[in-house]
Design a protein around this ligand. Structure first.
Ligand SMILES: Cc1cc2nc3c(=O)[nH]c(=O)nc-3n(C[C@H](O)[C@H](O)[C@H](O)COP(=O)(O)OP(=O)(O)OC[C@H]3O[C@@H](n4cnc5c(N)ncnc54)[C@H](O)[C@@H]3O)c2cc1C
Length: 366
């Protein structure tokens, strides 16, 4: 007999959903296109807030590569620095993280079928085999297109490389570079893995109709080259990040979660914290659907209620920095510095929740 739930996509989000379902006594089969869990997962970065990770129940301890406590923001020749007195985020090994999610899902009874890249016919067939079908198949979701979900409105094209033999100035600090001419609608970043290993990447909005590799080369030449020094690129990858949630994420007995749903912070492209959080919400809604016949529409309402405000604030901030240009950003940095924002954000900044950051700053003790 087939499992109650068929999940297309064995990334961190699909596997977390399988674990959550197993914990509720619900059987799930995960269909993964790749031959091995985690294959290709390192085309993305693994920078996740400590506070977000602690809430998710992910088994991430063995995947920690580095600890981060702050960031330098660069625009128009000006730098704005936010530095906390403690670890605020981790750099995680994405392959190892996916593998530990798979282990946890299997422990909870999930079955994982590898090497199963499902086409539209294969995905439609799942509806007859499982009571619920989930698309956790990433930004270019076949499940979404097969069942006619609304398009993901905007995407960011990325290009990333990992350099070895670098003399990293401060292995606890990330660099964020805003230069409208290069990082059109997004930004470039440097993230240390250690004192000698540095990730360098760039994102550009797809509507800029530019080439992410060319943007990357320009970024190295004009901005990040100084950080790399004599280091050599070991691995290079292109990737894709959805910038906004789809207008609809449930249709009958089919739902979307993670990048397939577009549950991603538009400011940074970070999708694991929100995607895994939404998987938890989805598991609750699926459990009620299977036990009491309640509609899966509850998932749509519940995840938007829980994460909608913060995702909207991320979109608002992204809209600001992507439209204002370098001079505007540089002036904003100067203004924020004069208000003491570097210190305040170091104390109250929350990478995931702008609403919590605002509350922290407004209600801080003098
Ligand atoms: C360059 C870059 C940097 C990033 N940095 C961060 C970061 O620092 N922090 C963060 O939180 N997020 C980051 N993200 C975003 C993060 O990678 C995604 O939000 C996250 O991977 C989403 O997980 P997912 O499981 O929804 O989708 P994916 O990780 O995309 O997993 C989808 C899975 O579905 C499988 N699949 C696809 N189609 C099919 C099919 N038809 N049949 C079967 N299987 C299929 C794929 O093989 C894949 O394993 C970054 C992304 C990029 C591109």
């Amino acid at each position: 007999m087939e499992a109650d739930v068929g999940i297309v996509g064995g990334g961190v989000v699909g596997l977390s959903l399988a674990r959550e379902l197993g914990e509720r006594g619900i059987s799930a089969t995960v269909y993964e296109a790749r031959q091995q869990i985690g294959e290709g997962a390192d085309r993305a970065s693994g920078i996740l807030s400590k506070s977000g990770l602690e809430k998710l129940g992910l088994d991430y301890g063995k995947s920690v590569v580095n600890e981060l406590y702050g960031a330098h923001f660069h625009a128009g020749g000006r730098t704005f620095t936010v530095r906390a007195g403690e670890t605020k985020a981790y750099v995680l090994d994405r392959i190892s993280l996916a593998q530990s999610c798979a282990r946890r899902a299997i422990e909870e009874g999930a079955e994982i079928r590898l090497g199963k890249k499902l086409d539209a016919a294969g995905i439609r067939a799942l509806s007859a085999e499982h009571r619920v079908v989930v698309g956790a198949d990433g930004a270019v979701s076949n499940v979404a297109s097969t069942f006619g979900f609304p398009q993901a409105a905007r995407m960011v094209l990325t290009y990333k490389a990992v350099y070895e033999g670098v003399d990293v100035a401060d292995s606890g600090m990330v660099g964020l570079y805003f230069d409208k001419a290069i990082t059109r609608g997004f930004f470039g970043w440097t993230a240390p893995y250690s004192g000698s290993k540095l990730e360098v990447a760039v994102g550009i909005e797809d509507r800029a109709k530019a080439n992410s590799k060319r943007a990357f080369d320009a970024f190295i030449e004009r901005a990040a080259g100084g950080e790399i020094g004599g280091g050599a690129a070991r691995k290079e990858d292109a990737g894709l990040i959805p910038l906004a949630a789809r207008a609809r994420t449930v249709k009958g007995s089919v739902l979307l979660v993670g990048d397939a749903a577009g549950q991603v912070k538009a400011t940074t492209g970070g999708g694991i914290i929100f995607g895994v959080g939404c998987a938890k919400v989805a598991a609750g809604a699926i459990a009620e659907h299977l036990a009491k016949g309640r509609g899966l529409g509850r998932y749509e309402v519940a995840w938007r209620r829980k994460y909608g405000t913060d995702l909207a604030l991320h979109r608002l901030l992204h809209g600001y920095y992507s439209s204002v240009g370098q001079t505007g950003l540089s002036m904003a940095f100067a203004f924020m510095k004069s208000l003491g924002a570097e210190r305040l954000l170091g104390s109250f900044g929350d990478m995931d929740s702008p609403s919590r950051t605002l509350k922290g700053v407004v209600f801080r003790r003098a």
